[in-house]
Design a protein around this ligand. Sequence first.
Ligand SMILES: Cc1cc2nc3c(=O)[nH]c(=O)nc-3n(C[C@H](O)[C@H](O)[C@H](O)COP(=O)(O)OP(=O)(O)OC[C@H]3O[C@@H](n4cnc5c(N)ncnc54)[C@H](O)[C@@H]3O)c2cc1C
Length: 481
Amino acid sequence: MYDVIIIGGGIVGCALARELSRYRIRVALLEREVEVGFGTSKTNSGIIHAGHHAHPDTLKGQLEWIGNQMWDDLARDLNFGFSRIGELLLAMQAEDLNHLEELKKQGERKGVTGLEMWSPKRLRQEEPNLSHDILQALHAPTAGVVNPYEACFGLIECAQQNGVELFCGQPVLSITREDGGLLIHTSRQQFRGRFILNAAGVFADQVAAMVGADDFKILPRKGEEYMLDRRLQGIVTRLIFPTPTVSSKGVLIIPTVDGTIMVGPTAEDVNDREDLSTTFSGADKVFTAVRRYCPAISERDTITEFAGLRAVADSNDFVIGPSPIKGFFNVAGIQSPGLTAAPAIATYVAKMLRGEGLALDEKTDWQAKIEGPPRFALMSAEERRAAISRDPAFGRVVCRCELVTEAEVLYAIKHGARTLDGIKFRVRAGMGRCQGGFCTSRVLDLLSSTLGVPLTELTKRGRGSELFYPRDDRIAPGDGL
Ligand SMILES: Cc1cc2nc3c(=O)[nH]c(=O)nc-3n(C[C@H](O)[C@H](O)[C@H](O)COP(=O)(O)OP(=O)(O)OC[C@H]3O[C@@H](n4cnc5c(N)ncnc54)[C@H](O)[C@@H]3O)c2cc1C
């Protein structure tokens, strides 16, 4: 019997797991994918929003700014990349100016610090590659960028270190009510829990329907993002936003925490909850939009692209709280700024559980920090020499584009990576210009030999993305070529 079972290992589920790991309770997290963070939390813009975007009357508006302020401590404790680079909201036409003033006032009412209007002259000094047609910009220094998948891995590692049990590859298929709790059936096991937290992202309404607690609908909204070649590093140094519309923050220029430039996302309502396709029309929308504010950006610099699905609830706000079914809580509809708000969502939900009668006694031996992965590319020459003499695997480069060594790949496998993407998102092998052309075979060899599994069992990101097939002797060499 678990005190709490979390369904879904995205940024929200992982933040919940770490928060609850502070207390003397038994917690499990069930994730349908082979690793955590493989849902929407891996496919977003990685922005910790400045705090002024969402209206303070909404739950997302309240938790956005609280969450924003929690990321410095999280990044320090869990050792992942985070940088407060600031953002600029651009006014391209006269009617945008009022909107920016309103957003400035909204932010100030919420307590967001440092908001300031910049003139075209100041803008040209600070960001010379932006268009000269911009009328003014609202600068928000509190905005930052993060590697969202690294944050998920750090949060869950810390939670596990403090006793949370993680079950990946366990899609929840049904939930039945029992005396004193709820019984969850996955494809492999059954789990009994007193409290269930439904953090299943775009599938949250379907999971809620399993117990009849689906008084909301999730409407997936797709966003396509385009990653540009590292040669564009520095073309802008802050996050660049157009003036937002009702349904979207618009197409952005995002200097990622790794020093690359990303552009996107689009915002398109879709029916298919698995539709992660990128499209010609999406690319066209993204590049037409960003060229208006930064003419030097071209689609020819794209090195890779991806799409993610925002879990937009029909109320257009976060759906967080107890449902009519005793013990079943929804933590759903976590659309943007869900990444920003995730740590605040976790403390909000913990308080709510306490209010529902769950005794939350703090552990005296709770460990806030994890060791965190080594990063050879960020080491000084002296640190590199010391690392290689300590462990010769630091001397063997696996990914040349991003300078990733064998020691880092082995560390990632030791800390839970089971797939090619699991390695890529933990250590960046395969994220550079050649997009895995050099390192894929080396990474697969290391996965296969370290885990003791044949190559045919390895996948890119779980079942259905196998990379090799067993040899079929009925097919003669050259057949079908
Ligand atoms: C293109 C795009 C850009 C965005 N940019 C930003 C941004 O810059 N800043 C920001 O703050 N927010 C941003 N967001 C929003 C942010 O990404 C989300 O709010 C956040 O990732 C939601 O996290 P989650 O944990 O709720 O969902 P998810 O990450 O989707 O996690 C849900 C998990 O539940 C699992 N699951 C589903 N069904 C089951 C089941 N039956 N059994 C077990 N497990 C299940 C899934 O596999 C998944 O891992 C963006 C979103 C998109 C799409």
